[in-house]
Design a protein around this ligand. Structure first.
Ligand code: FES
Length: 103
């Protein structure tokens, strides 16, 4: 595994905050739910839209373009014009620093 530190992750709102991060040329959306951090691909599997610009609620993210909804924890496409799930990536927190692994 290759853990990459993400600067500024601790500034995310604990109530569904989301930020865009690029790690090794992979577009990642990093989410915060309380003290839990989760990561998915940041590009919608329907067309080109950044999920980090979307609406996060109840552990799901809604695409800002055509309102597809994905489960952030599993990446599963739940509704909308999509059938392909999102990639999910491992996240860990050590000494307050958030790391993501996209390998
Ligand atoms: Fe996301 Fe169409 S681009 S639902």
């Amino acid at each position: 595994m290759t853990w990459t530190p993400v600067k500024g992750a601790d500034a995310l709102s604990p109530d569904g905050g989301v930020m865009a991060v690029t790690i090794d040329n992979v577009a990642v959306a990093l989410y915060r739910f309380g003290e839990d951090y989760l990561a998915t691909g940041n590009i919608c599997t329907h067309q080109y839209a950044l999920l980090s610009d979307g609406f996060v609620e109840n552990g799901c993210v809604e695409c800002p373009l055509h309102q597809a909804v994905f489960d952030v924890r599993t990446g599963k496409a739940l509704s909308g014009p999509v059938s392909k799930d999102l990639e999910t990536y491992a996240v860990k927190v050590e000494d307050g620093q958030v790391f993501v692994d996209v390998t």
